[in-house]
Design a protein around this ligand. Structure first.
Ligand code: FMN
Length: 340
């Protein structure tokens, strides 16, 4: 039986444990050039020292206007590669593997003068009115994802995650609430996603896994349900996704009656459903920072990996402390051994 500290392998990627640092924007690129700073280096390398098996670098955008804010990371230029490579190399030296979440914020790009989206529908009255991408521009966007993936490979990442959740561009194309196009990208709501997956896969070494974060359900009235998302995930799996990272929502304000609880593991049933329907590895996320709960998610075969977000912001050594609490063997940095 597997537990939180059982190694995990997927294609050429082998993790020392099942603990993943969930991607979390730091909004810390002061120069607005998309280049990772000393903050990013210290932040991510600390979690590698703290024992996480896989670190997923925050939402990193394929063009300047694809950022949530001008302080986000980018991968639209080769100039972004060296600072990311420095982080990857340092995390490797501390025994962690590293992925990067490639994304475009679409209509949720708050600092773009005119954000772009599948259709010209604003997120809400406080957000800017986006402009609908032309069909040629959508095809150009697929190429931007391809170019970003190529740069991520050059930076030495072990895996790539596409951000298909939380109301950003890939999710916007998948949702009937935000995609009301009449071209091929609207008639088939998964078409943009599958085109991006094909393009990105063409740049990845054969043995490098491609992961994708999905919002398994939408909460807003008229949004898609779990069964619909499972069908979308099948198309993405067929196109080449090797693992799904299962989240939910982000498409808009949630009506009070549909608001999910903030209790531990609230999104685990969604991860389990996708794992069972598709027979594919999944990552669960959302209030899993109680080590016993995180361990049970793996032990009960609900998910293969457990992503920790805010728990790892509070405590960079969450994984080392979880090992102590669960009485599991893990390698403690020798400099810290007297503390354990
Ligand atoms: C500060 C912060 C930034 C986040 N940025 C991202 C992001 O870049 N990409 C993403 O997919 N999710 C992002 N999230 C969501 C987290 O990855 C995670 O899914 C969420 O916080 C639930 O997990 P938790 O309960 O362990 O924090 C962010 C969350 C926080 C708190």
């Amino acid at each position: 039986m597997n537990d939180l500290f059982t190694p995990f392998s997927l294609k050429g990627l082998t993790l020392k444990n099942r603990i993943v640092m969930s991607p979390m924007c730091q909004y810390s690129v002061e120069a607005k050039d998309g280049i990772a700073t000393d903050w990013h280096y210290t932040h991510y390398v600390s979690r590698a020292i703290g024992g996480a098996g896989l670190i997923i670098i925050e939402m990193t955008d394929v063009e300047p206007d694809g950022r949530i804010s001008d302080y986000d990371l980018g991968l639209w230029s080769d100039e972004h590669i060296p600072a990311l490579k420095r982080i990857v190399d340092a995390c490797h030296s501390h025994g962690a593997k590293v992925a990067i979440q490639i994304a475009h914020a679409g209509r949720k790009a708050e600092d773009a003068e005119v954000p772009v989206a599948p259709s010209a529908i604003a997120f809400d009255e406080k957000y800017k009115q986006p402009r609908a991408l032309t069909t040629e521009e959508v095809q150009g966007m697929v190429e931007k994802f391809r170019a970003a993936a190529k740069r991520a490979v050059a930076a030495g990442f072990d895996a790539i995650e596409l951000h298909g959740a939380h109301g950003y561009l890939l999710h916007q194309f998948q949702s009937p609430l935000t995609n009301q196009r009449e071209d091929v990208y609207g008639l088939e709501l998964t078409r943009f996603g599958t085109d991006v997956i094909h393009a990105v896969k063409s740049e990845l070494p054969e043995n490098m896994p491609l992961m994708m974060r999905l919002s398994a359900i939408e909460y807003k009235e008229g949004g898609y349900d779990l069964d619909t998302c499972i069908e979308a995930a099948k198309a993405y799996q067929q196109a080449g996704v090797d693992l799904f990272d299962v989240s939910s929502g982000g498409e808009g304000a949630i009506p009070a009656a549909k608001r999910p609880g903030a209790h531990g593991g609230y999104q685990v049933p969604l991860a389990r459903a996708i794992k069972q329907a598709l027979d594919i590895p999944v990552m669960a996320v959302g209030r899993l920072e109680d080590p016993a709960l995180a361990d049970s998610v793996v032990g009960n075969n609900d998910a293969d990996l457990v992503a920790i977000g805010r728990g790892l912001l509070r405590n960079p050594h969450w994984a080392l402390e979880a090992a102590v609490e669960l009485k599991k063997e893990t390698s403690i940095p020798k400099q810290y051994s007297r503390a354990y």
